[in-house]
Design a binder for this molecule. Structure first.
Ligand code: GUN
Length: 296
């Protein structure tokens, strides 16, 4: 079998178009423009690229973008004071503090100072708890994007065997919660898992989120399974810098039923879901119906 390629770039463009439509009607009907504030502390080059891209896409869907760039030496007190101001600003519906923060700042403390209703990353401990107990929450963007693509491909996920490889707070754990919420039988595998190949071979859905280049070979994939590759690893091959996932794409695509490529799979969905979360937060803040198909 040669897998169907799940085109994350096209899927993300479709999500952004749905967000843009909804934003336009919010403006017209309710006179409300959703606003996203992004806070960047320091000059990490990768973070600067992400933040620029977030700001550009926010404006493209018709939302207001507020960028706060702070010096790397900013004190925790000053950062917390900014978050407090954004929490109390009615024009700001979503707040994202770009991670990683410089070492002298306590990430948990800063993230948990964000109003959970504006926590469009879904990292606040309240949102983690709400997701874990099946209640309405803000859902982390990358797992939400993976869930959207899986639902689109399969319709119902009920009863499917899903393996999530990786147990991070940002992807692995919330991904497992979302799959459980959609009635999958979920296994979270990690570096200490025994017989990982056999565990993966049982799965109808494989979500790889470990950050190890091409760690999952094609012969671990059950014929017809759906493979979602969250990894974005930069490696050198034949003297060139290339991006590869956590899955060995060429071999996995021979066995899988469907697979996301790297690049152009999960990657573009993350910012699209950030915009969707900002819209959702804005609708909730104003007591308006949430956008359909853009939440968990
Ligand atoms: N750094 C890399 N990815 C992310 C993300 O999704 N959210 C935040 N806040 N920081 C990041």
């Amino acid at each position: 079998m040669v897998a169907k390629v799940i085109d994350g770039k096209a899927f993300a463009a479709n999500v952004r178009a749905q967000v843009a439509d909804h934003v336009a009607s919010l403006k017209k009907t309710n006179g409300i423009t959703p606003g996203l504030a992004v806070v960047l502390v320091g000059e990490d080059p990768a973070s600067q690229v992400y933040v620029r891209s977030k700001g550009k896409q926010t404006v493209e869907v018709g939302m207001n973008s507020y960028e706060h760039k702070l010096d790397a030496s900013t004190s925790e007190e000053d950062l917390l004071a900014l978050v407090d101001r954004l929490n109390n600003d009615p024009d700001v519906h979503g707040i994202l503090v770009q991670l990683p923060l410089p070492k002298h700042l306590n990430e948990d403390l800063v993230i948990n100072s964000i109003d959970p209703a504006k926590d469009v990353d879904g990292f606040h401990i309240s949102n983690v708890g709400l997701l874990g107990t099946g209640q309405k929450s803000m859902v982390p963007c990358t797992p939400l994007g993976c869930l959207m693509m899986l639902r689109n491909h399969h319709g119902s996920l009920s009863g499917m065997d899903a393996v999530v490889i990786g147990r991070s707070n940002i992807v692995g754990k919330p991904m497992a919660q979302l799959l459980l919420g959609d009635s999958c039988t979920v296994t979270i595998a990690h570096s200490r898992t025994k017989d990982l190949p056999d565990v993966v071979r049982r799965a109808d859905i494989v979500v790889a989120a470990v950050g190890r280049p091409e760690m999952v070979p094609g012969d671990w994939i059950k014929p017809g399974a759906t493979v979602i590759d969250v990894g974005i690893n930069r490696i050198e091959r034949d003297g060139k810098n290339v991006l590869v996932g956590d899955v060995h794409y060429e071999s996995a695509a021979q066995t899988a039923g469907a697979i996301t490529p790297v690049p152009g799979g999960v990657g573009p969905m993350t910012i699209a879901c950030l915009l969707a979360n900002t819209l959702t937060a804005c609708c909730r803040a104003n007591g308006l119906p949430e956008p359909e198909g853009l939440t968990a």
